[in-house]
Structures are given as C-alpha cells and as structure tokens.
Design a protein around this ligand. Structure first.
Ligand code: FEO
Length: 393
C-alpha cells in the first residue's frame, strides 16, 4: 500500500481494482484504477477520493505519506472534480476521517453530493471556471468540464507544477502497478485510452473538440496530465493529439463487420462481406455480438470508414443480442461512415429493415441492404463478397 510521488510533494494515493471485469457494461479485462492524489503544501489537498470499497486502501497510502514525511497530516481541502460514485463514494468516510476539511467542487457537484450523501454538516465551497485556490507555494485553478462527461465535471490545474488533474478525461480502464504512460509504453497507454474514449466520450465528440480548443486558448502549459483512471501522462501531447483525432472521427482504412446468427446463414454472409472487404484492400474486423466484447467492437468502430451490421430476423424483428448491441451503439453516436445492413430471413426481413432505420437515424451513409432468404447460395455469397469489395473501396 505504498503511495507514489508523482512530482515533488504530490503523491498518488489511489486504489487498484484488479478484479473488476464489468464496469457498468464497460469491459475491463485488466481491471481498473481509482486515482486520488495528495498535494502537500502549507495547506494539504486531496484530489478526488476512490470507490467506497477501496477507501481503506486510499487511507493506508495517505498514512504512509504521513510516515514518510513525518508529518501529522490533516487534509484541508478535498477537491471533488466529479461526483460519479467511482470517485465520490469514498467521500463520506474521508469526511469522517478529516472532519475539518473543506470540499471544493462545482455548483452541480454540490447538488449531487447533497443528494447522494445527504450533505451532512460538511463545509462545501463552490468554485467556478477560472477560480483559484492558494495552497501555499502552489495555486490550484479550476477548469469547467461540463458534460465531459457529467454536468458537474471539472478539472484542477496546478499552475506551478504545470500538472492537470483531468478526472475522467484522458483516463484508461486498466489496473497497473506502473503509474506513468512510459512505464507500460505510451502507445500501449493510448490503446487503453482509445477504448475508454470510444465507450464513454464518443457521443460527446463536439464537446471534446470545444473543450480542447478552450484549454488551448487558456494557454496553459501542461507538462503532465493525471487522470482519475489509469496511467499518468508524462507525454500529454500524445493523448491530447489522440483526443483531437478521435473527436474529429479521423478514420483508418478499416471495415468492421458485426453480426449475430441463428443457423449460420447470416454468419456466412458476414464472412463473405469480410473476405470481400479484405481482398478490396481494407483492414477488416469481424465480430459476433455474443462472442466478442461490445467494448472492443465500438473501439474498432470509432475510426472505421465502414461498418456492416447483420442479423437474422426473429419474432418479426432484430435478433435480441444484436438489438442490444445496436442500442449500445446508437447511444455512442458514431459518425461519418458508410454503413450496410444485412441478414437472412425466413418469411420477412424485418430485422434488416430495422437495422437500416437505426443506421439512418445515426445519419450514416447507408448502402442498399443485403437480404438473403433462408440460406445463402453460391450466387448470393458472391454478391456478399462483391459488396465487401465495394465497402473497401
Ligand atoms: Fe470515473 Fe464518470 O466516473
């Protein structure tokens, strides 16, 4: 339970969750972290808390900072950048342990804290965009991050250290003993951040673009970004550039084929489309909605130029696992792609028609759908192959 010194006098005191695999439907094959940070100055500030289950782990790391620095540590400020319970459910225990601490948060966060935790008798100080708080040698500046990704969200910038505590933004869901991007490799960290962006921030691309330019206009020098999940960015430009690419839906020459199947007919069509796309020169990813992780599928869709979605018809509609996947995808609002609906049917092709409707609602550039009665014959498979080649073009 060791703390980790991020910068002189600034410690990581968060928690590692090695076991979580499903974070409200977000696949976390390598677990996740809840990052809290402690700033030692004339006044001491804790940046965010952790999920309630891990609050004792955070306390142990805080106590170790005490021992190492031979101080009798009293926390003056608890900065609540965001109230989602993965960061704030440790707040009641924290406020019991550090009774004199003042909570610093946005107005909306205050409302949320009071609703979640009954406010109790806590001293809560509301801050606005651009407000500053002097700790002694250091100055904290608060940056509004409304809807990135909740209405209450904000970030905290330490002027003297050029360090941005960005909360969820720029985070990754991965548990690791390493703390810096370079420790696991910057490219590897970007890979995990892409999964996080695709599954949490993709629908907010317009706001991400706006916020990136606002931060640029503020002219803040940023040497390090410390998010509330995952590794700390010693190479902040790498993740800021990646966010700009993702928020602009910059694309790879890639076709993603997603299907489900009852009697392998839709599967045969899916594979023929995938073969065609590959022989047309595109990178291809082929996914099955019950065998593959939706988290990974939408990460691949984020920067694909084309998607093909296939389902058999059952009960006059989309096969339920595919219907669930499409509900998930619809919420994430992928943009600016060619899209194809396909599938087999027995006596009507309701599933394909419904998929077309969803793709059109997403304003994707929808091609003529591909429908096959019962089982595809050679001619129909050749047609599916040709559609794949067309998608690759
Ligand atoms: Fe990591 Fe929006 O909570």
């Amino acid at each position: 339970m060791k703390p980790f010194e991020v910068k002189d006098g600034i410690f990581w005191v968060g928690a590692l969750d090695w076991e979580e695999r499903d974070f409200h439907n977000f696949l976390t094959p390598r677990g996740l972290t809840y990052n809290s940070y402690l700033i030692l100055d004339e006044k001491i500030a804790l940046i965010d808390t952790v999920k309630h289950k891990f609050v004792q782990e955070m306390f142990k790391r805080i106590n170790r900072v005490n021992e190492l620095n031979e101080v009798n540590l009293k926390i003056d400020y608890v900065i609540v950048n965001h109230i989602e319970p993965d960061h704030s459910s440790g707040l009641p225990d924290t406020m019991r342990a550090f009774k004199d601490a003042t909570i610093i948060c946005s107005q909306r966060a205050k409302e949320g804290i009071c609703k979640y935790y009954n406010c109790q008798d806590w001293d809560i100080q509301v801050v606005k965009h651009g407000d500053e708080l002097k700790l002694g040698r250091r100055t904290l500046m608060f940056i509004d991050m409304t809807m990135l990704h909740w209405p209450d969200s904000m970030a905290t910038y330490v002027k003297e250290d050029k360090l941005l505590f960005s909360n969820d933004a720029f985070g990754q869901h991965i548990a690791s003993e390493e703390r810096f991007d370079e420790d696991i490799g910057v490219d590897e960290t970007v890979k995990w951040a892409k999964m996080y962006y695709a599954n949490i921030l993709m629908p907010l691309a317009g706001l991400v673009r706006k916020k990136l330019s606002e931060i640029q206009e503020l002219g803040l020098e940023i040497e390090m970004i410390a998010p509330s999940h995952g590794l700390i960015w010693k190479n902040p430009s790498r993740i800021v550039e990646a966010y700009a690419r993702w928020a602009n839906f910059e694309k790879e020459n890639k076709v993603v084929v997603v299907y489900d199947t009852m009697w392998h007919s839709t599967e045969k069509i899916a594979k023929a489309i995938a073969d065609g796309a590959a022989s047309g020169g595109a990178e291809v990813r082929l996914f099955h909605t019950r065998k593959d992780y939706w988290t990974e599928i939408v990460t691949e869709i984020l920067d694909a130029k084309a998607i093909a979605i296939g389902s058999p018809t059952i009960h006059n509609g989309i096969f339920p696992p595919m219907a669930g996947f499409l509900a998930y995808l619809k919420g994430l609002k992928p943009k600016d792609k060619k899209a194809l609906a396909f599938g087999s049917y027995g006596w009507n092709g309701a599933a394909v028609k419904e998929i077309v409707k969803i793709l059109e609602e997403l304003k994707l550039d929808t091609l003529e759908p591909l429908m096959v009665k019962f089982k595809p014959n050679e001619e129909e498979l050749e047609k599916a192959f040709a559609v794949g080649v067309e998608l690759a073009k």
